[in-house]
Design a protein around this ligand. Structure first.
Ligand code: NAD
Ligand code: UGA
Length: 465
């Protein structure tokens, strides 16, 4: 019979560690789950009524299990010591300096967590790489663990990448397309793999639990994100052709997606993709390819990120061009600051690049997002303090509603596809705008005919009219 996991520790209470392990706790009442983090403020928030991340359905899951078999704590060492299986779910951002700066993943957090596991463990553990990491990271983790372990402690390392998307994390975790587990093909590797499979089998159908080799598992995560992002860059590249020709990108996407080999999902043209992972993981793949002396492969994937940069600046430039080539001193409303709807996450949000572009043109910005805090918007606008806030302060106001943000705006720019933007009182908004009043739909989400009948001039990504 497979090893029975009784106590799980998750290192990293972020967007992945929190929801993933809360769902494990909810689905496995016989397993005790402790999520640990060095960030006390974050742990306190997980233990409060006001969770640190906004995710539909998350509150219910956390509140149902917390205090029963789900715990959040800053006591990392205790969490590690007690567990028989440890998820490492720390951040792996793009390196900002040193070798591989701007491309390679910064594995410092992962290695610090791994060292802590080695130093604190007095019993054998299954260590699961949940963070997204470059191919072969499990090997360096094993070296660190084995070089620092106590006598009698052994470590099995698994790769179990996470495929949830923010905004739908709970639904994705409840019914994943697949759960991927990579292990060494040794007896103890396969035993560890079976033990983790049993945890997921509490709610995931067995045929959806895929077991593969360690390196395939690590690479599949980078590959999945690269291919998803590549679809968006492909459709966005086509959107530019549509704008120049009169074709309509939604019609093209629909027609192309009807081919069952292509499929209809993930073909929505946009202001560009954001989020903490697509760009980071592709750059990671680019770096990996270069390290393996595969420059053509590196160039191929790099183009996906370059096309995304192009899409963001192309859209911003289109706003300026349409407003008769200058936005200096003009009030522009930006609706949506999160990188997609149903999340408060703003990491790599296209809104940030677009706002910076407008600020460089000396526009006045009026911003609104239903979930992002004012404090977060300022962190983003100042690049977490790297840019002084004082010079931009007079040009930016942050509002509590879309209607308020749009008052007096010469252009309304929709950057995030929040459902509420569809049902705004557009008539009233129009009354409060100078003429001509422009709406730029960066998400192809608004009812263009209705807006035009009110009087707005509507400019949409991927259409000529
Ligand atoms: P995050 O920044 O939200 O959370 C990471 C947490 O780890 C932070 O709270 C940090 O304080 C904590 N941490 C860092 N080092 C630590 C240590 N040594 N000990 C204890 N805690 C430590 O990051 P995230 O968005 O949850 O992403 C985590 C990983 O999952 C990344 O590798 C990411 O690529 C991957 N991933 C993210 C998503 C997503 O949707 N955000 C989806 C799939 C995979
Ligand atoms: C993405 C993947 O979808 C997840 O499978 C993966 O686990 C995760 O990255 C990760 O590794 O972090 P996420 O970034 O949360 O999830 O959200 P997505 O739904 O993929 O959206 C990413 C960006 O692409 C958003 O800015 C979104 O608006 C944009 N997008 C998405 C489009 O512009 N068009 C589309 O058709 C789909």
């Amino acid at each position: 019979a497979p090893i029975q996991v009784k106590k799980i520790c998750c290192i990293g209470a972020g967007y992945v560690g929190g929801p993933t392990c809360a769902v494990i706790a909810a689905k496995c009442p016989h397993i005790q789950v402790t999520i640990v983090d060095l960030n006390k403020q974050r742990v306190d928030a997980w233990n409060s009524d006001d969770l640190p991340i906004y995710e539909p359905g998350l509150d219910e899951v956390v509140k149902g299990a917390r205090g029963k078999n789900l715990f959040f704590s800053t006591d990392v060492d205790k969490g590690i010591a007690e567990a028989d299986l440890i998820f490492v779910s720390v951040n792996t951002p793009t390196k900002k300096s040193g070798i591989g700066a701007g491309f390679a993943a910064d594995l410092n957090y992962l290695q610090l967590a791994t060292r802590r596991i080695a130093e604190v463990s007095t019993t054998s553990k299954i260590v699961v790489e949940k963070s997204t990491v470059p191919c072969k990271t499990a090997e360096s983790m094993r070296t660190i663990l084995e070089a620092n372990s106590k006598p009698g402690c052994t470590f099995d390392i698994l790769s179990n990448p996470e495929f949830l998307a923010e905004g739908t994390a709970i639904a994705d975790l409840f019914a994943p397309d697949r759960v991927l587990i990579g292990s060494l093909q040794t007896q103890s590797g396969l035993d560890a793999c079976a033990a983790l499979s049993e945890v997921y089998a509490n709610w995931v159908p067995r045929e959806r639990i895929l077991t593969v080799g360690l390196w395939s598992s690590e690479l599949s995560k980078l590959a999945a994100n690269a291919m998803l992002a590549q679809r968006i860059s492909s459709i966005n590249a086509l959107s530019a052709i549509c704008e120049a020709t009169g074709a309509n990108i939604d019609e093209v996407a629909f027609a192309v997606g009807k081919d069952s080999r292509v499929g209809p999902k993930f073909l929505k043209a946009s202001v560009g993709f954001g989020g903490s992972c697509f760009q980071k993981d592709i750059l990671n793949l680019v770096y990996l390819s270069e390290s393996l002396h595969l420059p053509e492969v590196a160039k191929y994937w790099k183009a996906v990120v370059e096309m995304n940069e192009h899409q963001k600046s192309r859209f911003a430039r289109k706003v300026v061009d349409t407003l008769f080539n200058t936005i200096t001193g003009k009030k522009i409303a930006i609706l949506g600051w999160a990188f997609k709807k149903d999340t408060g996450d703003t990491r790599e949000s296209p809104s940030i690049s677009i706002a910076n572009h407008f600020l460089n043109e000396k526009a006045r910005l009026s911003l609104y997002d239903p979930q992002v805090t004012e404090e977060q918007i300022w962190l983003d606008l100042t690049d977490y303090g790297a840019i002084p806030a004082e010079p931009i302060k007079p040009h930016v106001s942050i509002q509590k509603s879309a209607e308020e943000a749009c008052k007096g705006a010469e252009a309304i720019v929709v950057c995030t596809e929040w459902d509420e933007f569809k049902n705004l009182d557009w008539e009233k908004i129009y009354e409060n705008c100078p003429r001509p009043a422009f709406v730029f739909d960066g998400r192809l989400m608004l009812d263009r005919k209705k807006l035009q009948s009110i009087g707005f001039r509507v400019v949409t990504i991927g259409t000529a009219d």
